[in-house]
Design a protein around this ligand. Structure first.
Ligand SMILES: [Zn+2]
Length: 285
């Protein structure tokens, strides 16, 4: 059983007032890239299109270092707030920006804040229409922000043919949590994380997700746009140890970039949220 973990980073900028708050995302991402190069780790960088267009040299370095690029929206707006038409035009533009910077077509996508949810079922079909092949946008659990409880926890196909690699989750008491990502990775004891890896379903593709700001203890505190003071405060905890935690997580084995893994998967089950388990259309009489 392959228990290696792939590295992914969501290249985004959460500042609420760029005229006051210093931009540090480029500086910090450069540092992360330095360390990944030392460790010979290749991962997947999901980039916000507009931010990537402001940092072409950095994206060039990501590509030159052998990492894979993916789309993370045009402006990091959750999909339920965009609606289908703007989702289509935004992601067409983000795909164009990143494909130009990469010098090849980008075909992997991650939704901002995992906003592929029961109320945005149009996302996979539009992604397929735009030429995407792989999505890593479903958090198959209840979540304070976005999540799809009951969605498969192992790779599956949407009816459009798009491959989905759901966020790895584990049970912790009454909760189901994405234990390899962001806040959980910064704050959970290492033993819990190791247990999650050990107990994961054999078909689960394990990947860790993180954000540049999580590696930046020197950033001045501000309150996030979509979170109150407490959630924002949690976002500053243990940033000084994030790199060590990521390295420890990957020490047992580094997985390939997610697009390369997805290309090897065969015979995936189809998850069609419009059908119930008997194959009947939901809502049909
Ligand atoms: Zn994001």
């Amino acid at each position: 059983m392959d228990r290696s973990v792939s590295f992914t980073l969501d290249f985004e900028d959460l500042r609420t007032d760029p005229s006051v708050q210093e931009e540090r995302v480029g500086l910090v991402t450069d540092r992360i890239l330095d360390r990944l190069r030392e460790l010979k780790i290749r991962g997947t960088f999901f980039c916000v299109g507009e931010l990537a267009s402001r940092h072409p040299e950095l994206i060039g370095r990501v590509v030159a270092d052998g990492h894979e690029l993916g789309v993370h929206g045009l402006h990091h707006i959750p999909n339920d707030l965009l609606g289908p038409d703007r989702f289509r035009s935004d992601n067409l533009e983000a795909k164009r920006i990143l494909s130009e910077l990469a010098g090849k077509e980008i075909t992997i996508y991650r939704a901002p804040q995992y906003s592929l949810i029961p109320s945005t079922p149009w996302v996979p079909e539009i992604l397929s229409e735009l030429g995407f092949l792989v999505s890593t946008s479903v958090l198959p659990a209840r979540s304070p922000l976005y999540g799809w409880p009951g969605a498969p926890t192992t790779p599956f196909l949407w009816p459009s043919g798009l491959i989905e690699l759901p966020s790895p989750v584990m049970k912790l008491g009454p909760l189901t949590i994405p234990f390899l990502g962001g806040t959980y990775l910064r704050l959970l004891p290492a033993a819990v994380r190791r247990r999650g890896v050990r107990n994961a379903h054999s078909e689960t593709v394990l990947w860790t997700y993180c954000h540049p700001w999580e590696f930046d203890p020197d950033e001045k505190f501000y309150v996030y746009e979509h979170g109150g003071w407490l959630i924002s405060r949690v976002g500053w905890l243990n940033r000084q140890n994030m790199l060590k935690r990521v390295e420890a997580t990957l020490r047992a084995g580094v997985g390939k970039p997610l697009g390369e893994i997805a290309a090897t998967l065969v015979d995936l089950p189809v998850f069609d949220p419009t059908q119930d388990s008997n194959g009947s259309e939901i809502g049909a009489v």
